[in-house]
Design a protein around this ligand. Structure first.
Ligand code: SF4
Ligand code: FES
Length: 385
């Protein structure tokens, strides 16, 4: 099968590290997290950013884990800014302080995207698996806005906070955000592992969707609301990644280049590493990138479906996770012969929040204490004290 000629990429997600002080049970990072010793050094990241600019990439998303766990974060931002890349820091906020935020702004950072876990402090800390996280985030939001950096607040919706979707939008307004992203949980990585505890009931999800859509009207002019509806409850799947290997690349902390954050779960794909290939070679020729380009790989009903150029058959990773075959239509689609799998999952969803300690918290290694409990400051290695 010949893959069609690649389009031009516009965005690079750089997962600078998998280290993170929080333990959110919906995290889309893989269960097998990259250890600190395997992380790319500063000079390699800088070379990757230069190659990204060279192939026309415009937006650089600095993510993780917690990107502020890298001591060289400001140095990396400065290099990207010099190249003219638009730099977006995706952060938990925990570990950033006034000096760090100022340093990042001076380095040329363009935008901060700050996650919140809930509008209620106690629940937010429980979901994050980190005591005091909520208070730290409120403080960091104010440091970001004082510095003059544009702030977006991100909230992931699931069973424990679904009734407060609107309250989280209102919190984002109070925090001074210009934009808020309300995204229902996508079930990859740790999110897939905790799916049974995270999935809200259909009624709860629908009430949250309605509330956020209503706020889009009432808060127009105050804050921009990006709403990512829960795909398990939709008739058609999301156009995941705007189509496989069409717009973006993900680079893991150890330098593996993926077409999407979850691609490693699909068996048999060959990923190339930035330590052995240039970004341009990877984009054009990596077997993993060419695996699902175009529509030659599609099975029915996608192959002859009018929507295949709209949603690209949905998500390859979700198709694999739910059916065992990545070339199938995403079973979220009501036309998929496997759609009953999604209906069965939804039928099992109950409207009860997880008990403290019930989540499998995202973590690098087992902790020698009771489940779910984390100490403040653990795993933290912040750049600019
Ligand atoms: Fe999309 Fe395939 Fe469903 Fe058509 S059949 S709507 S292309 S997932
Ligand atoms: Fe991999 Fe959707 S997350 S294609």
């Amino acid at each position: 099968m010949n893959a069609p000629a690649p389009s031009r990429p516009v965005g690079l997600l750089a997962e600078l590290t998998h280290r993170c002080p929080l333990g959110c049970p919906y995290c889309s990072n893989p269960l097998d997290l990259d250890a600190r010793e395997t992380e790319l050094p500063t000079a390699t990241w800088q070379r990757v950013f230069s190659e990204a600019a060279g192939i026309g990439i415009l937006q650089l998303h600095l993510s993780g884990g917690e990107p502020a766990s890298r001591r060289d974060l400001a140095e990396l931002v400065a290099h990207a800014a010099k190249l003219g890349l638009y730099t977006n820091l995706i952060t938990s906020g925990v570990g950033l302080n006034r000096a760090a935020v100022t340093k990042l702004a001076e380095a040329g950072l363009d935008h901060v995207q700050l996650s919140i876990q809930d509008s209620q402090p106690q629940s937010a800390d429980h979901i994050a698996g980190y005591k005091g996280a909520f208070a730290r985030k409120v403080e960091v939001a104010s440091l970001v806005t004082e510095t003059g950096l544009p702030l977006t607040v991100n909230a992931v919706i699931h069973r424990a906070n679904v009734r407060r979707a609107g309250a989280m939008v209102e919190l984002a307004v109070r925090l001074g955000a210009r934009r808020v992203e309300i995204a229902h949980t996508q079930y990859y990585g740790w999110g897939a592992r905790n799916r049974g505890l995270l999935m809200p009931s259909r009624e709860e999800a629908e009430a949250a969707i309605e509330e956020v859509e209503r706020l889009k009207t009432t808060l127009a002019g105050t804050i921009v609301i990006d709403h990512v509806a829960p795909d398990y409850h939709a008739r058609y799947p999301k156009p995941c990644m705007s189509g496989w290997a069409r717009r973006t690349l993900n680079v893991t902390p150890a330098g593996k280049v993926l077409p999407c954050h979850a691609a490693e779960l699909i068996p048999g794909l060959e990923f190339w590493n930035v330590t052995q290939h240039s970004l341009e070679e990877i984009w054009n020729n990596s077997p993993a990138f060419n695996a699902f380009r175009g529509d030659e790989w599609m099975r029915e009903p996608c192959r002859s479906c009018a929507r295949k150029s709209v949603d690209f058959g949905g998500c390859r990773c979700q198709a694999f996770m739910l059916t065992g075959e990545a070339r199938e239509a995403d079973p979220v689609c009501h036309l998929s012969p496997h759609h009953r799998i999604v209906e069965e999952i939804l039928a099992e969803a109950r409207g009860e929040a997880a008990e403290p300690g019930a989540y499998a918290y995202r973590r690098m290694r087992p902790l020698p204490r009771s489940r779910g409990e984390r100490l403040q400051g653990e795993d933290l290695d912040i750049s600019a004290e």
